[in-house]
Design a protein around this ligand. Sequence first.
Ligand SMILES: O=C(O)C(=O)C[C@]1(C(=O)O)C=C[C@@H](O)C=C1
Length: 368
Amino acid sequence: MAVPQTLAEARSQIDAIDEQLQTLISQRARIAQAVALIKQKMGDTGDHYRPSREAQVLRRAMERNQGPDGGPLADETIARLMREIMSVCLSLESPLTVAYLGPEGTYTQAAVQKHFGDSVTARPTRAIDEIFRDVETGAADYGVVPIANSIGGLVSSTLDELVHTKLHICGEVALPIHHQLLSTQSALDGIRKVYSHAQSFAQCRKWLDARLPNAEREVVASNGEAARRAAAEGDGVAAIASLQAGKFNALNILASNVEDDPSNTTRFLVLGKQEPGASGDDITSIVMTAHRNQPGALFKLLQPFAEAGLDLTRLESRQVRDSVVTDYYFFIDFAGHATDEKVRNVLETVRSSAAFFKVLGSYPRAVM
Ligand SMILES: O=C(O)C(=O)C[C@]1(C(=O)O)C=C[C@@H](O)C=C1
């Protein structure tokens, strides 16, 4: 297409492209409906969400953006657009309900939107264990839970639930976190109380010490709840929460990006009943305990990974809650899928030498 020289020419080119885009999107949606029928004929009784296929579609879109047909948009932007197209296609096949830590405006809700797009029903819960229960009982198809923050550390209630749940990890989401100081008033002066989630307070400690040293800090269950209270209680009160929570509660932004570390990122897990197939770039998560009183027990558990050349991407330990002597759960993530032969062999070896062992899931590495 020739480079347009006038506004009229540019707009007529845009009209022609929009027409093509619309035809292609409608064709794609019709094919998605056909996919649903094919899956049903194949005896598929669950929902039609396929995390591995979605990761492949998004990765390919980002790769194309780098190639000769790529354009001026960032890879993430292209992936976000493709994400929304797939989200509407999936909603034609099977509408999904996704449970998250509410109320409206939490970072967990932002993670749901980033991972599933806008065409799912997001179901707020009051606590992390409720997300697990909602998916286990079928009140929600999937759940999104925070697992770790780059500053605040691990989310212990998620780790505790993971040990016992029958659900599988189906995906991960990495969300850059930017906190806002929100209030009904429009200047910082006179703020005597700040509400937020414990993790968010930990992430903004230096900023609060410097700018609001005398304000009382009250921990609440979520950032959405913090924003709701700031709106209900009015002037003199502020919340540390997301931009979305501020918009939802009609609050002013007193200060933006008040987190101590600008690279602050939270990792979330997607939980469901399905076990995703391999996508070509996957993570496997396991949890285990070592036998007591055996010198080198942890070393023995980790040795098979090193011998097989499997890349450990994360190792966290957490004390077993009901243990009288000191016992630790080791949460391990590594690159690879449980259906790979090499991975299968390593898992079998580790299982036979661990006191407790559980595969939490194999799932596509976060794409965007
Ligand atoms: O390929 C499939 O299995 C589809 O259902 C199609 C599609 C898509 O729109 O590309 C939609 C939903 C799935 O989660 C994955 C991909």
